[in-house]
Design a protein around this ligand. Structure first.
Ligand code: DAH
Length: 340
C-alpha cells in the first residue's frame, strides 16, 4: 500500500473508532472496542504500525507519525469514556508523581550589582547621578579635559572613531564637562556608564566596559575633602578596616593626580584576620584649573576633585574572578552564583 492510502485508512480508523468509543454502552463494550482498535496483536492500529517495514523508507516517518497520532487520540477517548462510566471518579492525564520543574530565578548581573552598590554609597554621601552620550566629540572626550589630540590616548589605535571628530567615548570623564556646562556649582555627581576602547579581548580587557565617574566642584574644596571622601567610600565598600593609599600619578585633567589603592582585611572562618595586598581601585585627582576654566567657571573661585573607577575590575576583586570575560559570556552557571 502507498503512503497516501495508508493515511486514508488511518483516518477511517480514527473516525470510526471515535464513533465506536462513543457508542459503547458499558465498560465491557468499551474494552472490546479498545482491543479491536489498540489491542497489541490484532488491533487495527497495531497492525498498521507493525506493517511499517513494508512501507518505502522515505514514506515511513509520515505514516508512523500519523499512526501514533491516531493511537493517542483513540487512547484518550477511551480513557475519557471509561471515566464517565466510573461514577465520581475523574481521571487526570497528568502524572502527579513526576518531580516539579526547577524554577528559574533572575538575578542582577555582578557588574551591575557593583555599580548599584557604588551608586548607593555616593548617594548617601550626597552625590546625584549624571549622564552623557556614549558617542561624543573629540572636544568633550579629550580637549575640554586638557588632553591635546596628539596625546597617546587620542590615538586611533586606542579610540574608536565614528567620523573624523566623533568617537565612542573612551572614558566617562566627558560627563564632567557636559555636567558643568549645564549646571552651576556646587556640583557633586557620579556618572556610571559604558566606555569603549580598541582593546584586545582578554582576561583583563574588553572593548566595551563600565566606568563610574565622579566630580565635585565648589568653593573651598581641598585635598582634604578629596582624600576623606574617597577613603570613606573605600571603607563603606570594602569594609571598615580597609586601608587606603593615594599614590602620585598623572592624568591631563587633574593636578595633582593620584591612583587610589586599598588594602582589605579579611576575617577567616576560624577568626584569624588576614591583610590582603594593595589593589588599585581608581584614578583621581584635584580638577585641573584649565578644565574649570573650559567649563566657564572662575578657577580662582572654584576648586574640586574627580575620580574614575571600573566596576568590572572591582567586581572581579570582590568575587575573586580571575578572567573578566566571564562577565560577558552570560553563562548562567557562572552568573547564577551572584544571586543576592
Ligand atoms: N578617565 C580615566 C581613565 O579612563 C580615569 C580617571 C582618572 C577619571 C582620574 C578621573 C580622574 O575623573 O580624575 O583612565
Amino acid at each position: 500500500m502507498t503512503d497516501k492510502s495508508l493515511i486514508a485508512v488511518l483516518k477511517k480508523f480514527e473516525t470510526e473508532g471515535l464513533a465506536a468509543v462513543r457508542d459503547a454502552s458499558d465498560l465491557g463494550a468499551l474494552e472490546r472496542v479498545r482491543v479491536e482498535l489498540l489491542g497489541r496483536k490484532e488491533g487495527s492500529i497495531s497492525v498498521v504500525l507493525r506493517g511499517l517495514s513494508n512501507v518505502p523508507p522515505d514514506e515511513r516517518p509520515t505514516v508512523g507519525q500519523e499512526a501514533n497520532r491516531v493511537k493517542e487520540i483513540l487512547s484518550r477517548a477511551i480513557v475519557e469514556r471509561e471515566s464517565s462510566f466510573i461514577e465520581g471518579t475523574s481521571i487526570s492525564h497528568e502524572d502527579l508523581t513526576l518531580p516539579s520543574r526547577a524554577t528559574w530565578e533572575g538575578a542582577i548581573h555582578p557588574v551591575t550589582q557593583a555599580v548599584d552598590e557604588i551608586s548607593k554609597i555616593f548617594r548617601d554621601l550626597g552625590f546625584t547621578r549624571a549622564r552623557g552620550p556614549e558617542a561624543d566629540t573629540e572636544w568633550y572626550n579629550f580637549e575640554a579635559l586638557n588632553t591635546p589630540l596628539d596625546h597617546p590616548a587620542a590615538d586611533e589605535q586606542d579610540t574608536l572613531y565614528l567620523t573624523d571628530s566623533v568617537l565612542l567615548r573612551s572614558h566617562t570623564s566627558p560627563v564632567q564637562m557636559r555636567t558643568m556646562e549645564k549646571h552651576d556649582p556646587p556640583i557633586r555627581i557620579i556618572a556610571p556608564g559604558w566606555v569603549y576602547r580598541r582593546d584586545t579581548y582578554d582576561a583583563t580587557h574588553t572593548p566595551a566596559f563600565m566606568q563610574v565617574e565622579g566630580l565635585v566642584i565648589d568653593e573651598g574644596i581641598t585635598f582634604v575633602d578629596f582624600k576623606a571622601t574617597l577613603a570613606e567610600f573605600a571603607r563603606r565598600y570594602w569594609g571598615p578596616d580597609t586601608e587606603v593609599r593615594f599614590r602620585p600619578s598623572f592624568f591631563p585633567f587633574t593636578e595633582p593626580s593620584a591612583e587610589v589603592d586599598v588594602k582589605r582585611v579579611v576575617t577567616r572562618q576560624d577568626g584569624t584576620r588576614e591583610e590582603m595586598e594593595w589593589l588599585e581601585i581608581m584614578g583621581a585627582g584635584m580638577v585641573d584649573p584649565a578644565v574649570i576654566e573650559n567649563a566657564g567657571y572662575d578657577p580662582e573661585r572654584y576648586t574640586g576633585f574627580a575620580f574614575g573607577m571600573g566596576p568590572g575590575r572591582i567586581a572581579m576583586i570582590k568575587h575573586g574572578v580571575d578572567d573578566l570575560r566571564r562577565f560577558f559570556e552570560n553563562d548562567v552557571r557562572f552568573l547564577g552564583q551572584f544571586t543576592s
